[in-house]
Design a protein. Structure first.
Length: 335
């Protein structure tokens, strides 16, 4: 690839590795990809690299541009981005207008609307490539640490979490900007990315630069490596927890005797999967620990009320999840 700018070479190499090395292969059986593009440097560089690599692998690429409608002129930005994607030679380009509303503040609501639109628009079975970089990973790890969100959050974003794929997690934001410049692409600068009302913006412009100064550099890379190590540990624990859950299942219920013999960390992982399968949403660490107390701190206590008007309780040595009616709810009996 003589003559190719170094940053362009890096972006193409990152996409090629994700698409050609395990475990992405099984998810490419349909030969289709989608790439989410905001118009910023990260996603534009990703679109250019994906188009270049995918066509050489005989894969079809659809560009998906989400218009959040959160600021004047957003439709024009989306249209300009779509035009650039067509110039890059993507097979199909779609603009997805969304309505941003719901709980959790504007950042969370926009993210939820964006992911829902991307999931709905992508072809069945297609991977959706996202432009998150090492810098984004570092910010995610810091957010998880600050919020006490546990290993799953501190472990950051996965490179492959179907339908989502993130080829650039080992690349810096500086690399994507350099790739855009080398390719003559003009990224859109989202004004929200400089608005210090947003926590992630302050992390990006205040906290991380301070940490880089105090710790003499390399912080973003160190946080990304920490996330990768934690993901490996978490995946190993998840595999063990899956085996525990399988051994404890008794139809829709769980055998307390099987769970009680396991370490609490494995129990809670197994319980989390079980509760999510039962329809519990917005499950917090406090909810999970209260349900685990029905095993590890059993004193004949009543059921644990959970989001969705569900109740987890212990009856005759088994855990069960029921609806909120007292006549059908968990008994206080157990052993």
């Amino acid at each position: 690839m003589a003559g190719v700018h170094g940053a362009v070479f890096e972006t193409r190499g990152a996409v090629r590795r994700l698409l050609t090395e395990p475990p992405a292969g099984p998810h490419l059986a349909r030969g289709t990809l989608a790439v989410a593009v905001s118009g910023g440097a990260d996603s534009l560089a990703l679109a250019a690299a994906t188009g270049h690599v995918a066509h050489r692998l005989d894969l079809t690429v659809t560009g998906l541009v989400v218009d959040h409608g959160l600021q004047p002129g957003s439709a024009d930005v989306a249209a300009t981005t779509a035009k650039e994607l067509r110039r890059l030679g993507l097979d199909e380009v779609r603009v997805l207008p969304v309505t941003v509303s719901g709980p959790g503040g504007p950042e969370a609501a926009a993210r939820a609307a964006r992911y829902a639109a991307l999931r709905a628009a992508a072809a069945p079975g297609a991977l959706v490539l996202l432009g998150h970089t090492r810098d984004d990973q570092a910010e995610t790890v810091l957010l998880g640490l600050g919020r006490g969100s546990g290993v799953r959050s501190v472990a950051g974003m996965r490179p492959l979490d179907p339908p989502w794929a993130r080829p650039f997690l080992d690349l810096t934001r500086a690399t994507t900007r350099a790739a855009c410049a080398a390719l003559g692409l003009l990224p859109w600068e989202d004004p929200h990315n400089s608005d210090d009302r947003y926590t992630r913006v302050r992390l990006r412009h205040e906290v991380l630069p301070l940490l880089e100064d105090v710790l003499r550099g390399g912080v973003a890379g160190a946080l990304a490596r920490t996330a990768a190590q934690l993901r490996e540990d978490a995946e190993a624990l998840d595999d063990l927890a899956a085996g525990l859950l399988l051994a404890a299942r008794a139809g829709p219920e769980l055998e307390v005797a099987v769970l009680s013999a396991a370490p609490a960390a494995l129990r809670r992982r197994a319980l989390r999967t079980w509760l999510l399968e039962a329809g519990v949403r917005e499950l917090t660490d406090a909810h999970l620990r209260s349900v685990d107390a029905l095993i590890g701190a059993w004193r004949g206590q009543g059921g644990v009320w959970l989001p969705g008007e569900l109740v987890a309780g212990r009856v005759h040595g088994r855990l069960r999840v029921t609806g909120p009616r007292l006549d059908d709810g968990p008994s206080r009996r157990g052993r």
